[in-house]
Design a protein around this ligand. Structure first.
Ligand code: SF4
Length: 191
């Protein structure tokens, strides 16, 4: 990740590097950052691998923060509709890598939020959604971090199982950059 250049990565994506092989630069950078953490930890055992998951979350967050700080991002990307108190996506299955679930379980052992899981039933909103906000925000899975919707109606339609999509298809409903970063990191957890 040391030679990663956020502005160059965004420029490469905007000039046609999105989708298809080879992977877009943001996805590749996130994959490399997560993958290197996991690979370095593997010989040191299970606890080290779970530490690597936490490292991978942090590296992906920092990569997104770097991208968000570039003028190219601010000028080229429509603002996300996501905000504290919304939570439509937390009412739907999101998914997490098994290794992330284990890292969350380890962290929850020392937190009162662990008790929330006991009352959860299939079909209910995420057990960790409290008062409209994520109560485990710092240890939420990569999928949760990746979803920056451009239009809350998309999330509501998905929740209601209605065939309503943003013009241009499902990818046009998201900010693509965080999706690339966090999904790249997710792939990097199993390099
Ligand atoms: S972990 Fe947090 S962000 Fe993810 S679905 Fe649950 S409440 Fe929402």
């Amino acid at each position: 990740m040391s030679d990663f250049n956020a502005a160059a990565a965004l420029a490469a994506m905007k000039s046609g590097g999105r989708g298809g092989p080879p992977p877009p630069p943001l996805e590749q950078a996130a994959f490399d950052a997560a993958g290197s953490a996991v690979m370095a930890a593997l010989p040191r055992g299970a606890d080290a691998v779970l530490d690597a998951v936490v490292t991978a979350w942090g590296r992906a967050d920092r990569l997104f923060d770097t991208i968000r700080a570039t003028p190219a991002f601010a000028l080229g990307v429509a603002p996300a509709a996501c905000k504290k108190g919304c939570g439509w996506c937390c009412h739907q299955p999101i998914g997490a890598a098994a290794i992330e679930v284990l890292a969350m379980a380890r962290a929850l052992a020392d937190r009162p939020q662990a008790a929330l899981v006991a009352d959860w039933k299939p079909g209910a909103p995420c057990a960790f959604l409290k008062d409209g906000a994520c109560s485990v925000y710092d240890i939420r899975p990569l999928k949760c971090r990746s979803l920056w919707h451009l239009d809350v109606r998309h999330c509501m339609a998905k929740y209601a199982n209605l065939p309503v999509m943003a013009a241009g298809g499902v990818s046009a409903a998201f900010q693509l950059e965080p999706k690339m970063i966090y999904e790249g990191a997710l792939k990097g957890l199993a390099p």
